[in-house]
Write a protein that binds this ligand. Structure first.
Ligand SMILES: [Zn+2]
Length: 161
């Protein structure tokens, strides 16, 4: 396998919270293969930042199965994620999951109403901001609006885990 094929393997790993691949979510930055060692650069979304350990575990498991015998290093690039990096497919998946990505005026993902109001500071995770829709009464979360870099763990390097 070359680095491009390995990147496709990582792209197929789903976020633990939303059923969408890491590339579509804008999480996958790059994959390199040097001297039998795979190095994966990821950047956590504000949505998935509490789940970086689980994402790294899934990436390692997928790569270990696709390319046995390689060293695997997962490098988190803090603060590099941009809502604009989410692909159209990723935005669709997020909308199906009841999420909106920050950067545009919040609209209800269920009825598309713009008649929404922020319901509080934080949602289910610190990275989300909850909104109420006055059109259909749904609640939904907008991600990427609140910083959470402070709660990221120290990047794990080397072959541990
Ligand atoms: Zn609505």
């Amino acid at each position: 396998m070359n680095a491009d094929q390995l990147a496709d393997v990582v792209a197929g790993v789903s976020d633990p919270e939303i059923d969408v691949g890491l590339r579509d979510l804008g999480v996958l930055r790059s994959v390199s293969l040097t001297d039998g060692r795979i190095r994966v650069h990821l950047t956590p979304t504000r949505l998935s930042c509490p789940a970086v350990g689980e994402i790294a575990r899934r990436v390692r498991a997928a790569l270990a199965e696709a390319a046995p015998g390689h060293g695997i290093e997962v490098v988190w690039e803090r603060g590099a994620w941009q809502p604009a990096a989410v692909t159209a497919a990723g935005r669709d998946a997020l909308r199906r999951g009841g999420y909106r990505v920050a950067g545009t005026a919040p609209r209800c993902p269920y009825c598309d109403s713009e008649d929404v109001e922020q319901a509080g500071r934080f949602g289910g995770a610190v990275c989300k901001v909850p909104y109420d829709c006055r059109g259909c009464g749904s609640t939904f979360d907008v991600i990427g609006t609140a910083g959470c870099n402070a709660m990221l763990p120290t990047p794990v390097r080397g072959g541990s885990r």
